[in-house]
Design a binder for this molecule. Structure first.
Ligand code: ZN
Length: 462
């Protein structure tokens, strides 16, 4: 394993070029016009796995977007690591805020990445992080140091709620059998302070449509006498939080874990400078639920956000109407103890109860996903922390993430295995935002660290 550094040095231009080719395919799962790109990306991932040395790789059709599966089984008696990741990316709007083409990756230096960062949609979330695993695997195969069996499951719908992955996993339990799942789709504290994500929030979202009159009306002839759906929707949305920024849905906080003072003190130990946080986001003040710190608000507390709102006339000049409809998308981040389906139902009921008789309201919800926690005494966790210590030279810190990878809770339920979240991204990577990027250092460090995870995991499992 000592020559991993040399291997990276000798191959790093190729590692970058190959990742660039993957980023060039605009695999936006949310946009149905990109369906061909989804298939193209799946093909590219499959080919990269074959080139890296898997025994077999296949594109598995699902009712929606395919999953790429691959494996290398060296000995049935040895442990099996399952790598999960996703090849789809978020939409790029607003495109005008990108400094460069999101699908033509370039390397630029930034304050946090003096050695350069790869700018492009998916560079960090998650193509770059998936590709670290492909290249680390390539190294282990070429150097004959692969110590166990490996399976890859790379899906194309993570950004839209893993629509068909549950369907796929239920039907392929035997094939996907593993001892530990390794995922790189999160971040770490900084390039000098590695961390492992030990908890994720769950998620649920709904779409709301408020309908007033059956058509847009003249605001002079009807204004004042007929409810305006945009005004009504805004009133409803403004009632979803109280003055303490607590979510007002009845029962929202029932049954969730209460943290002890000792646990909260542990959370407060993570290196976090509020001034830097505000500076990085270009905000003058933070905001959130009263009585909790910024880290707590963003990781262990459940939240509700309006993600988008639209309706009426938004073109040039004025058009004086009372619009017929107004719409919004709302998401909730959930914590252990909250059931996503129940929360969706509770929000739907609550929205309905807030709507006056002068409008009709329709709420559509999805099933969402559960929150997740990894114990820090698990061999997978221990192996990840030893691997990070090996390559960063410093102990990693367990951290909670406010994000959601709903499929992680599903893996535990269906496959009975824990997931280890070893992410090499940084919060500043601007994932889901314009100018997403991934440090060249982070990409190569990931490739260097992953083979050690395998080595230590197999040693611990013996
Ligand atoms: Zn992701």
């Amino acid at each position: 394993m000592s020559d991993i550094k040399n291997y990276i040095e000798e191959n790093k231009d190729r590692f970058l070029d190959e990742l660039f080719d993957l980023i060039r395919i605009p695999s936006i799962s949310a946009d149905p016009t990109h369906i061909d790109d989804m298939h193209k990306t799946a093909e590219a991932i499959k080919k990269s796995l074959i080139d890296a040395g898997v025994d077999k790789a296949e594109i598995c059709e699902t009712p929606t977007i395919p999953v790429v599966y691959a494996e290398k089984i060296i000995d049935e008696k040895l442990p099996t690591v399952l790598i999960y990741g996703h090849y789809d990316v978020q939409p790029v709007d607003p495109i005008s805020l990108w400094d460069t083409d999101p699908f033509e990756p370039v390397i630029k230096k930034t304050e946090l990445h003096p050695e350069g960062a790869i700018f492009g949609r998916g560079s960090s979330d998650d193509k770059g992080q998936v590709y670290m695993h492909v290249k680390a695997f390539e190294y282990m195969v070429k150097s004959n140091t692969l110590p166990c069996n490996v399976k890859f499951m790379i899906e194309g719908e993570e950004e839209i709620g893993s629509t068909s992955l549950g369907w796929y996993v239920e039907r392929n339990k035997e094939k996907l059998k593993n001892d530990i799942i390794l995922i790189s789709d999160t971040g770490m504290i900084s390039n000098s302070q590695p961390s492992i994500t030990t908890s994720l929030r769950g998620i649920a979202h709904v779409e709301v449509e408020v309908t007033g009159p059956s058509r847009d009306l003249h605001s002079g002839l009807f204004g004042g006498a007929v409810a305006n759906p945009i005004t009504v929707l805004n009133k409803i949305l403004s009632k979803l939080h109280n003055d303490n920024n607590e979510v007002t849905i009845p029962g929202f906080y029932n049954g969730i874990k209460k943290y002890t003072e000792a646990e909260r003190a542990e959370i407060a130990k993570a290196p976090f400078v509020e001034e830097d946080y505000k500076k990085a986001l270009n905000i003058d003040a933070v905001d959130g639920e009263a009585g909790y710190s910024t880290i707590e608000r963003a990781t262990i507390r459940p939240t509700l956000d309006v993600n988008g709102i639209w309706g009426g006339y938004t073109g040039e000049g004025s058009k004086t109407i009372i619009p017929s409809k107004a719409n919004a998308k709302i998401s909730m981040r959930l914590v252990p103890g909250q059931d996503p389906a129940e929360m969706t139902e509770a929000l739907s009921k609550y929205l309905n109860s807030l709507a006056p008789d002068s409008v009709k309201i329709e709420v559509k919800g999805n099933r969402g996903g559960y929150a997740y926690v990894t114990p820090t005494n698990n061999n997978g966790y221990l192996a990840a922390s030893k691997a990070l210590k090996e390559t960063f030279g410093i102990d990693s810190i367990p951290t909670g993430s406010g994000g959601s990878i709903p499929i992680v809770a599903l893996f535990e339920k269906e496959l009975g295995s824990k997931s280890i979240l070893i992410g090499l991204g940084l919060e500043s990577d601007a994932i889901h935002s314009p100018n997403e990027h991934f440090g060249v250092f982070n990409y190569l460090k990931g490739i260097e660290t992953i083979p050690y995870f395998y080595k230590y995991y197999v040693e611990l499992e013996k």
